[in-house]
Write a protein that binds this ligand. Structure first.
Ligand SMILES: [Mn+2]
Length: 322
């Protein structure tokens, strides 16, 4: 519950280790928490990690942001806090804040949750825009009435949209640049400064150009659209979203082969629970998968993609026949 998170932050002492997801929402959530810790004069270290987490060195005091509960629980220490918004089964016996505890259908990205909790203890008004960027990055405004209102209150909505796209582009252009993006956010005096940042602008242009010339192979099976995205950049989730915009009732499965593995992004607006299916099918193929109802992902060995497709189709059929 929210109160547990507030209590945890209020009583922080010593040094805290923060583990956050390396996507737009996770980077923004971390930037907000660091701002808070600076105000409080609390020492911290942090890591931005790909999910699912594979390896984390434990510390005495830890905070996990935007990492699903099952995954985070493998790495917690005795004094830990988890702030997250992914689906979970059972509330853990530890400080934990996820609004799905009260409303399983809630969809409020971690950036907002961190902002909300820190605001109970410090005035965070001047970086509220970072929470908005994170919310947009995780499509909170498209999936939650509450988030839409939060975003609508900003006068510079278009600028915040652009910053979210800038950051997303930067995470696609180069691996391990999440820390550079974080520094840009931490050093910015306003959102204006970020939107003028030449590095982020360059990344955005590279990705826009790549999308326009990308070479995709499309197959259809009922309302499922499979698309192989051939590009040196990880643009499959953007392509999936674009195809979905033109095929509103579809389930879009976009995948790219990289070295030995195949990375998959799945998007839909239908009622099916993609997070569950992605997990089940990926595990069937010996890989990892999971995510949200409308947006999920998976990683499998490259030679398993045909098995994945077949199994995915049969899981979707099962759902329809329920
Ligand atoms: Mn998130």
């Amino acid at each position: 519950m929210k109160e547990e998170a507030i209590e945890f932050l209020k009583n922080l002492e010593g040094e805290v280790k923060i583990i956050s997801h390396n996507d737009v929402d996770g980077i923004c959530a971390l930037a907000i928490l660091i701002n808070f810790l600076k105000k409080k004069g609390i020492r911290y270290t942090y890591e931005l990690k790909e999910v699912p987490l594979k390896e984390v060195e434990k510390a005495k005091t830890m905070i996990f942001l935007d990492i699903s509960l099952d995954n985070a629980l493998k790495f917690i220490s005795e004094n830990s806090l988890i702030i997250d918004h992914h689906q979970f089964n059972k509330k853990p016996e530890m400080p934990f804040y996820n609004p799905r505890e009260k409303d399983p259908k809630s969809y409020i990205p971690a950036s907002y949750l961190v902002y909300e909790v820190c605001s109970e203890l410090e005035n965070m008004e001047e970086i509220k825009w970072i929470a908005a960027v994170g919310v947009i990055g995780d499509k909170g405004d498209e999936n939650s009435e509450f988030c839409r209102k939060f975003i609508d209150d900003f006068e510079n909505g278009e600028e915040l949209d652009l910053i979210s796209d800038y950051i997303f582009s930067a995470t696609l252009v180069e691996h391990d640049k999440e820390y550079k993006i974080l520094d840009i956010l931490l050093n910015a005096k306003s959102s204006k400064e970020v939107v003028q940042n030449p590095y982020l602008k360059e990344c955005y242009n590279i990705i826009q150009n790549e999308i326009s010339k990308s070479n995709n192979k499309i197959e259809r099976e009922g309302n499922i659209i499979f698309v192989e995205v051939i590009s040196p950049y990880n643009i499959k989730s953007i392509i999936a979203t674009q195809i979905l915009e033109k095929n509103k009732d579809a389930i879009v499965v976009a995948y790219s082969v990289f070295e030995d593995s195949c990375n998959i992004s799945i998007r839909t607006n239908t009622e099916i629970n993609l997070g569950e299916i992605a997990k089940k099918v990926a595990e069937f193929c010996g890989g990892d998968g999971g995510g949200h109802r409308k947006a999920a992902g998976a990683r499998i060995k490259r030679d398993k993609i045909e098995v994945f497709k077949e199994e995915f189709i049969s899981e979707v059929e099962k759902f329809k026949n329920q």
